[in-house]
Structures are given as C-alpha cells and as structure tokens.
Design a protein around this ligand. Sequence first.
Ligand SMILES: *Cc1c(COP(=O)(O)O)cnc(C)c1O
Length: 486
Amino acid sequence: MQFFSTRDQNRKVTSSEAIAQGLSNEGGLFVPESFPQVDVKALCELDYPAMAAAVIKEYLTDYSQDFLTEAAHKTYGEAFGGKAGYLAPVEGDTYALELWHGPTCAFKDYALQLMPKLLVEAKKNLGRTEKTLILVATSGDTGKAALDGYHDIPGVEIAVFYPTGGTSEIQRLQMATQEGANVAVYAVRGNFDDAQTGVKKVFGDTAIAAELAKRNIRLSSANSINWGRLVPQIVYYFAAYAQLLKAGRITFGDEVDFCVPTGNFGDILAGYYAKRMGLPVGKLVCASNENNVLTDFLTTGTYTAKREFFKTTSPSMDILVSSNLERLLYHVTGSDAEVAGLMKSLAETGSYTVRPETLAAIQENFSCGWSSEEEVAGEIRVRYEKDNYLCDTHTAVAFHVAAQKKREGVPMVVLSTASPFKFPRSVLEALGRTAPENDFEAMQQLEAATAHTAPASLAALRQKPERFNTVIDPAQIAEVALGYQE
Ligand SMILES: *Cc1c(COP(=O)(O)O)cnc(C)c1O
C-alpha cells in the first residue's frame, strides 16, 4: 500500500514514510491509494488486539506482521484494563462505545499509545538514525495522550503546546505534571487554532527544517493529521459492530449508525474508512458543539472558519479548522488539484465552497447536528437520571445529536470520547449541583453524587508536582523548536 498527498498525487510515500513524516512537504495530508477490502465476518470473531493487528496491517504493509501483532497486544491489553472498544448499552438500541478506558481517560489513547511504537519501527524500516522532534498542538486531550505515549521513547523529543485557559484544570495538570526526560509543555496565548497555526507554521518553514537537519533532528507530528493517528481508530468501529453481533442485537449485514463528537474530523473519518473497507456502516453523524463550522459545511457545502470562536464545556471540540476534512474532500472528489484549490482558498480567504456533486456525495455518508451549551448540560442530566448513564460533556454533545438523528430500527452507537471525571465541574453542574472551584473537590463530589469512581490516574494528579509553567506567544513556537540540540 502506497500513500500520496491530498494536494499532489505524485508525492508517493510508503506507510513508514507517511508516519515518520506526518505532513507532506507541500502541506497536504497523506491518504492511502485505495481502500483495502476485508472479511468483516472473520474480523468480528477476533479479540481487540488481534482485530487491531488485522486492520492495521492492511495499511501498514511495509511493517512486519509479527511486529504489528506484538505491538497491538502490548498496546490494547492491560493498558486499557480489558475494556478496549467496550460497548455499553444505554437505552433501547442506542449504545455508548466507551473509548476512555486507556491511561489518560480519552479516546486519543487508542492512537497515541500505539503511535510511538509505529514511529520507532518506521525509522528502523527506513534506516534512519536522526532524532525525531515531535511538536503537538492540543486543545487538551491530545497533549496528554501524546506525552504519555512518547515519554522516554529513545530517539524522540516531544514538545506540547496548549491554549492558555483553553483546557480543563484536570487536563492542564495532566500535562504540567508529565514525567520523562524528553518532554516539554508550553501554554500558548490564544485559542487552539492559534496554537495549531503556530505549530503548522514551523512544520512548513524550510529554513527551520534545514537548521534542525544540521543538528540531525527531524520534525514530526503527533496530531491527527498523521496517518498513524487515524489508522488505529478504524478498529473500534469494527469492534462495536462485533459486539452487537455477539449480543444478537443485529444480524450480519445490518447497518449501524455512528454518532461522533467531532473537532478535527479524525475520529469520524476513521468510521468512513471502516465503511469503505466493507463494514456495514449506515450514517456517520457528525456532532458539533457551538463551534458548529462542520454542521454548516455539511449542510451548505460552504466551510467558513472566519466566525466567532466559542469556549465551551467540551474544549476538545473547540476547533474552527478541521484538518482531517481535507482527506474526505480528496476521497470524494478524487482530485488533488481541486483539494489544493480549496485549501488555498481556506488559507487566503478563510473559507471555501465545494461543488454541489461533492456535497451530495458527502451527504450520502454523513449527517450532522450540533448542541448548545444548555443542551449539553441537559443531556448529561437526562442520560443520568433516565438511563443511569454518566457521560462527559463531549459525549453529551453527541448523545443530543444522536437522539435527533436516530433512525427507527437502526442501532445508534455514540462514541464516548472522555471519562466524565476529566470534566468534573461541568458534569457536576449539569447534574444540578453547585460545583466547587477546585477540580479535585468536584471530582470527589461527583463520586459521592453518582456512586461512580474516578479513574485512579486522574485522582492521583492532586499529589503530583507541576513541572511546566512557561507561557509563550504563538510566534515563539519556532524558537522552542530551534532550541533543541543534537
Ligand atoms: C479530540 C477529542 C474529540 C474530537 O475528536 P476529533 O478526532 O478531533 O474529531 C472529541 N472528544 C474528545 C474527548 C476529544 O479528546
């Protein structure tokens, strides 16, 4: 399997190169040249680690099968407490795919616990010996998941940039307390898009790349623009389907809809890949918070990033530039020139409009909706009081949209992307309580109010010393990168 750039099909790379490099040189994203067709029935009989190895090997064809099997077993066993891809019944034929049983309590662990192993192996496959410097822009969860995955990995340095005040206190502490000799964390003045734009600028700066190359350092990305981030996320769509089959809730071939709380369009795009590989996925429902740029796009065909930015209680979805949408645009149009044109328009004018045929093709697979802050809080409360199901703010965005888009007789799987204890103040307030200022007190009160237990890794943060407190401007991200020596 080869990969090429969404903006230039002539830039072909192997999967090792796609993972080591992250972004194509001219700014495009790497996409697979085809959608491998799999034996869905056989896949559904595998346990999670074996299923992961089987799906991933279809794309990472220059990795050895033994390596992938071992990496998947190491990643999705103990670290996920036996609950990798766990599907919880919620109400009727609506389910929650709980993706937060990994070490940092958000779904990003699925990719970022595996990615470091894929990167080290990619370098081996390519005979590369340079140091890899990973720069990560995060709205909260990616940063911690990447730090946890990459800390103390030989030959790798990682620097994480998060927007000041843009994360929950728990998320901030998860990052600020990170251990490891090769990690650094910076707060960046501005919002997530400012941090992401700052990081992207460094990636696109050939002078910085040349200077770092002199020191035998090469930049790489752990953001969801990296193919290595997307491919592990395809697996849990199969796992959800397999569990519905096993439980006798569907017969093989029945369609299942998925509703995904969406920011950068990575998680939901993985569902699109699963569908194109043969999984009977019906609609992929794109759920947004008040930053509903994707709802507008999927409804009208016009993407407008130039709009008011809202800070919401689901900060990991506070995004106006959804990078992975570019991959979908490529798959739907099949034209690198067209995608390059749209992205140029986005960069220069802050918006673009796709052709009516393109919009129609997208709407065949995707529907959409969004939730106001009030609706998110209401949803948390209703799900808890009616179904005894406690969910976080991001998941609640999706539950609210899922209820509107539910089709009679078609099961709906809501991707539950974070533990409710990651956002304890918002969840507590949604339940009608007055939340204390302190996140840890809120965590304890949430435990007392619901008889659920906070994940140990979150509760333990209270005792951990903070290591990082530097605040910088977006323009200083370049200086940080250039501060690394051989
Ligand atoms: C990152 C994240 C999302 C959004 O996922 P995308 O792949 O960026 O669309 C949703 N919920 C949580 C909790 C997240 O951390």
